[in-house]
Design a protein around this ligand. Structure first.
Ligand code: ISE
Length: 315
């Protein structure tokens, strides 16, 4: 294992853990013993770094979002396809959360019938100073964009964004909260409340409503407290607390995939699709209109989602 980091403090921290330091990503990529790289860099740097790693035939784990624009995502897809095998996994960690996995297996076993709607909420107690502009979509709602594509096994075809009354706690330039409405390829509808300054804790909700019943995240902490006539359980502090296990799972599964040569998990296609939907949401936020999602036809290289196969391709 080796680490390259242009920030001296981060590099020193890694060195203190006993990890050998490299001067640059290219140094890491030149090492024949390195099979895969984890990119924790700003998303504006992902495209060039992923393409360099793919050219060196290394596996890549890359934090979301895959890249800032769909054109850049397409360059990544092309570079990966040119190598002839999957090399890229995108850090959509929620697919590795036990509760979401149970939702997925319940939907797959068919006992609830066809999914018709999903209601989601994504509430952060606060956001860091660099959180600006379209980040409620590109950095926050992007998790729901990915998870509903995965849960419902199909693409998102259009979006609207509604603007509720702004909280007095919102940063001046941020629409907070907002509601994203998404149309799935088969006509199911998804709503997502995105609220990034709701101070009580980190609260993630998701319920899929089907013809015969619903399945939802439990949102429960392991224990329930009863005291003074009140019953309470813990709301996590932040995403690190809520999703600690899923981060571990995703990295472990990536490492296992690198060792076996079989990449799995969220692909570069998933990263591209999420960016395409985020673009539609940003345009919808701007215009107040319904905006269709523009996407390239899914290449056979990335397999085909079941529902897309049923409707004969993305509309
Ligand atoms: C952050 O980057 C994440 O990935 C969190 O899961 C999300 O809740 C937060 O809004 C993002 O800023």
């Amino acid at each position: 294992m080796r680490v390259a980091d242009p920030a001296p403090a981060a590099a020193e921290f890694a060195a203190a853990q006993g990890v050998p330091l490299s001067k640059s990503l290219d140094d890491v990529l030149r090492d024949p013993q390195v099979q895969g790289v984890v990119l924790c860099t700003p998303h504006t740097q992902h495209t060039e770094q992923i393409i360099r790693a793919a050219d060196a035939a290394k596996h890549v784990f890359c934090e979301k979002p895959l890249a800032p624009t769909t054109d850049e995502c397409l360059r990544i897809l092309d570079a990966e396809m040119a190598r002839g095998r999957r090399l890229v996994q995108v850090g959509f960690n929620r697919r590795y959360d036990l509760a979401y996995r149970q939702m997925k297996s319940t939907l797959l076993d068919g006992t609830l019938g066809t999914p018709l709607m999903a209601h989601c909420a994504h509430r952060n107690p606060s956001v860091p100073p660099h959180y600006v502009g379209g980040m409620p979509i590109t950095d926050t709602a992007i998790h729901e964009i990915d998870i509903v594509r995965w849960l419902l096994d199909q693409e998102i075809t259009a979006a609207r964004v509604l603007k509720p009354r702004r909280t007095s706690r919102a940063k001046p330039e941020l629409q907070d909260p907002l509601i994203v409405l998404m149309e799935m390829a088969d006509g199911a509808l998804v709503d997502v409340e995105v609220f990034v300054t709701l101070a009580y804790g980190y609260d993630i909700r998701c319920e899929v409503v089907c013809e015969l019943g619903t399945v939802a995240l439990g949102n429960g902490s392991p224990v329930v407290l009863r005291k003074d006539n009140l019953r309470s359980d813990r709301v996590p502090n932040d995403f690190q607390e809520r999703f600690a296990q899923s981060y571990e799972n995703e990295v472990q599964e990536w490492v296992d995939g690198v060792a076996s040569g079989e990449a799995s998990g969220p692909s570069a296609w998933d990263g591209y699709a999420a960016t395409a939907v985020a673009d539609a949401c940003l345009a919808a936020l701007d215009s107040g209109e319904r905006v269709g999602v523009e996407m390239r036809q899914r290449p056979a290289f990335y397999g085909q989602a079941a529902a897309l196969a049923a409707v004969g391709g993305a509309r």
